[in-house]
Design a protein around this ligand. Structure first.
Ligand code: SAM
Ligand code: SF4
Length: 266
């Protein structure tokens, strides 16, 4: 799918839940968020149907995200349904890895290709602080399980405050080198004020080459993280919503008062 600025839109990121088992300081308020109503959340079948239509229109890469995607009930079944859709060349998932030890193998078995794992420090105490209570040992076990299940290449998403030279970022980098993991540094962003920058080691944040559409767990298709425009796929119909989103994709992001990382998934 070609947009108005000649970008080839072939990547769909799907947030399957707004819930999370962590409360990272830069992503969620300590007390959590006001959660979406159950009836507004897309069913797994609706998601799979939407993806079929999107793939027919030219989507080739699909990433599952959240909130935390592994807390969504029957997530393995969703992966299974998606992996059966002809035309998806890359099916991946972004996770905090807290539950990955349990899910890596079953997800690989039904067709997940690879995972991105979020890790900002390898220091257990700092990890607990940043995530407000997370146990880093579960993440390490999750990484091991992903390796054993062949969910490769494993990419580590490391959020940095100002620079990738920060000590925590450098320690995560060494950990990645020692463990055969790829690293991407993401600068801490603020969607509301429009503070965004490119992902070091990845392609995110660069409007000129942005190839993404994003689907939220309550069925809104968004052409840009840093823009308030969204299209209700249930009201408009799947194909129509995709065409609208393609047409509305801005040349460059600005800011958004409705999008949130925990909601739309980064
Ligand atoms: N829960 C999963 C996880 O943490 O990997 C998936 C959803 S999370 C919202 C997706 C990515 O967004 C994570 O890598 C996270 O670090 C990143 N993220 C969240 N808030 C951010 C912010 N304010 N600035 C930059 N990246 C952010
Ligand atoms: Fe949860 Fe991921 Fe946000 Fe952390 S970054 S609070 S793990 S959704």
């Amino acid at each position: 799918m070609q947009d108005r600025f000649n970008r080839n839109i072939n990547y769909l990121r799907i947030s399957v839940t707004d819930r999370c088992n962590l409360r990272c300081k830069y992503c969620m308020p300590e007390g959590g968020i006001s959660l979406l109503k159950h009836e507004n959340i897309l069913s797994l079948e609706e998601i799979a149907e939407f993806v079929k239509v999107a793939v027919n229109k030219g989507i080739k890469k699909v990433r599952i995200t959240g909130g935390e995607p592994l807390v969504r009930r029957n997530i393995v079944h969703l992966i299974e349904m998606l992996s059966k859709i002809d035309g998806i060349e890359d099916l991946s998932l972004t996770t905090n890895a807290i539950l990955l030890e349990e899910f890596a193998e079953p997800m690989a078995k039904v067709g997940l290709n690879r995972v991105n794992i979020s890790l900002d420090t390898i220091n257990a105490i700092k990890f607990k602080e940043i995530t407000r209570g997370g146990d880093i040992n579960k993440v390490f076990k999750g990484i091991e399980a992903a390796k054993n299940a062949g969910l490769l290449p494993i990419k580590i998403n490391c959020v940095v405050n100002k620079s990738s030279n920060e000590i925590d970022a450098q320690e995560v980098k060494s950990f990645c080198e020692d463990n055969d993991l790829k690293i991407q540094f993401i600068h801490q962003m603020n969607i509301e004020t429009g503070e965004f920058s490119i992902v070091e080691g990845g392609t995110g944040g660069n409007c000129k080459v942005c190839n993404k559409l994003r689907l939220s767990s309550d069925g809104f298709l968004r052409p840009c993280l840093f823009n308030d425009v969204s299209f209700n796929i249930r009201d408009l119909g799947f194909e129509n919503a995709i065409e609208n989103a393609l047409e509305a994709k801005p040349e460059c992001g600005t800011k958004s008062s409705i999008n949130k990382f925990n909601f739309i998934g980064g």
